[in-house]
Design a protein around this ligand. Structure first.
Ligand SMILES: [Fe+2]
Ligand SMILES: [Fe+2]
Length: 537
């Protein structure tokens, strides 16, 4: 028997795209009279373009994009600002990490004249830079839900000096971060070094975090690595705990989970640029046709992705000798196809062009790509998505990408070097791979905090190695079926909360430069390590 979900028969909702679900939710709530006439106005909120940054792509080519339509409520600030303290500060690079930083934060109620102050000394913050207000209204999406109003504030800093530490404070009328009572709220960040600098640096990455004690433990350990940026490979906070890309997901949707998430994340993200991309749980149908309208209100994305695709989680930036590319795998996933093909091929075309450009860019030795769904994983829950294999893996191999980082599977798993779907070189724990000739190592780093998955065979990780060369698993096909396969590339498996740490050591032209990759558990144990090496350009 079919179960009606949000008034729709099951066989119908399975086929709805995210855009159709958005329309459905809007019309259903409109019929129920839940759209508030006086304060709910359709406003246009742009991505990075509205922040006033030049948001240059690597090289050139980025233009300001028109963002999705959001339902916003005016943040007029009728509460005494002295009663309100900002929370949930989170940083993000603009298109050029050497000169651009975006500072974002939240207030629990609307405030008057929100602003940012910044300076090179914490006791000498500069003038007030007005913040952009992105107020987000979420109606009750089910009978047990509640309407939520959230106020996000964003300020763009352009023209910064490379390799420089800045201090900043955020405030509003009645709350001045430069005043003695608010001095402890001051944060800091450091811009990327000038081109040609060869100082080593570390960055970190994980996916599938949510809120909770394991998520907090991972954040603490991430901060302790002193990373210059952090990558979050999607499934960010799980305000939508179902994540199937279906209208029924709305029944459990709770926008307030984002408040918990930003409060949890502030200890790291107020100091470390926190670069997110979008997973299946980050498609939130209420806000916009592609489900990313809420994300665009909450985060400042670099805006260096393909034009007019409305894909905020698609962008690239460079730091030192590393080029980083963020992708939105909802565009190619066979398993959860609600946004399948929503960029009409623009993302994949952009990826091909961007990888080629990064490969040619002077001073860039390594390319790291991160996104949500796995090309290569063996867990019993999601395993591999052939959509990623079909659309993107050929481009990764064509441009000899050095490292691919995914989430979606809530474990740590790491492959041997792979080419054409098979092991091209075994990379045991502690080994070195040369991506230009050996193939690509794929890392699943989905153990950031959400409930763990399991493997079909025993774990095998540093100090607990149980070599198994044949793993019976499956991949998702275009017809959304699980196709069995026996694979030989699952080299490291760890069922535990964890993240990865990547230590880059640049080198002079013609010398060997390395990326040392470690997986670290939320109790601080190293569970894997390997090295990627190239000849510096
Ligand atoms: Fe997840
Ligand atoms: Fe996921």
């Amino acid at each position: 028997m079919e179960t009606p979900r949000m008034g729709m028969p099951e066989r119908l909702v399975e086929r709805l795209s995210m855009a159709e679900q958005h329309e459905y939710l809007r019309s259903r709530l409109s019929r129920r009279g839940l759209l508030r006439g006086g304060t709910a106005v359709a406003g246009s909120v742009a991505g990075a373009g509205l922040l006033g940054g030049s948001a240059n792509a690597v090289g050139a080519g980025a233009t300001a994009r028109t963002g999705p339509t959001l339902v916003t409520s005016p943040a007029t600030g009728h509460v005494d600002g002295a009663l309100v303290a900002p929370f949930g500060r989170h940083l993000a690079f603009g298109g050029d990490p050497r000169t651009q930083m975006r500072v974002s934060w939240q207030v629990p109620v609307a405030v008057k004249h929100p602003y940012l102050r910044v300076g090179v000394e914490p006791w000498e913050l500069g003038h007030k830079i007005p913040a952009e207000v992105r107020a987000l209204h979420t109606p009750a999406l089910s009978d047990k839900g509640a309407a939520v109003d959230q106020v996000y504030l964003h300020a763009a800093l352009d023209g910064l000096q490379p390799g420089t530490t800045y201090y900043y404070g955020v405030g509003h009328d009645g709350f001045d971060p430069a005043s003695p009572r608010a001095f402890a709220t001051i944060g800091s960040f450091t811009t990327a070094p000038p081109r040609g600098t060869r100082a080593p640096f570390t960055f970190t990455a994980f996916g599938d975090q949510g809120v909770g004690y394991h998520a907090i433990a991972n954040d603490s350990l991430v901060l302790a690595q002193n990373p210059v940026f952090h990558l979050h490979a999607g499934d960010i906070c799980y305000a939508d705990p179902d994540g199937q890309g279906l209208p029924a997901d709305g029944k459990d949707y709770d926008a307030r989970t984002w408040d918990q998430f930003f409060a949890q994340t502030e200890s790291v993200a107020s100091r470390v640029p926190w670069m997110v991309t979008t997973g299946n749980h980050d498609m939130e149908a209420w806000y916009s046709p592609n489900g990313y309208g809420g994300n665009e209100a909450r985060f400042a994305f670099p805006g260096t992705g393909p034009d007019k695709a409305d894909a905020p989680g698609v962008y690239s930036f460079t730091y030192g000798n590393v080029g980083v590319v963020a992708l939105d795998a909802n565009d190619v996933s066979y398993e959860i196809p609600a946004n399948y093909g929503y960029t009409h091929g623009r993302q994949t075309a952009w990826l091909d062009e961007r990888l080629a450009r990064l490969r040619e860019l002077a001073g860039i030795d390594f390319i790291v790509v991160f996104f949500h769904h796995c090309a290569y994983s063996t867990t019993s829950a999601h395993a591999s998505d052939a959509g990623v294999r079909d659309k993107w893996v050929p481009l990764f191999e064509k441009h000899k990408v050095d490292l691919v980082v995914n989430g979606h599977n809530h474990v740590y798993e790491r492959s041997d070097a792979i080419r054409d779907g098979a092991v091209s070189k075994q990379v045991p724990i502690g080994a070195t791979a040369h991506p230009d000739r050996d193939g690509i190592v794929y890392v699943t780093a989905g153990g950031a905090g959400r409930a763990l998955y399991s493997f079909p065979v025993a774990d095998s990780y540093e100090g607990h190695e149980k070599r198994i060369d044949d793993v019976r698993t499956y991949h998702w096909t275009k017809s959304k079926e699980k196709a069995p396969e026996t694979v030989h590339w699952s080299r490291v498996r760890y069922t535990g909360f964890s993240f990865i740490k990547v230590h880059a050591v640049p080198a002079a032209k013609g010398r060997t430069t390395t990326l040392a990759v470690s997986a670290v558990s939320d109790t601080g144990e190293r569970v894997d390590h390997f090295t990627l090496a190239r000849t510096a350009k």
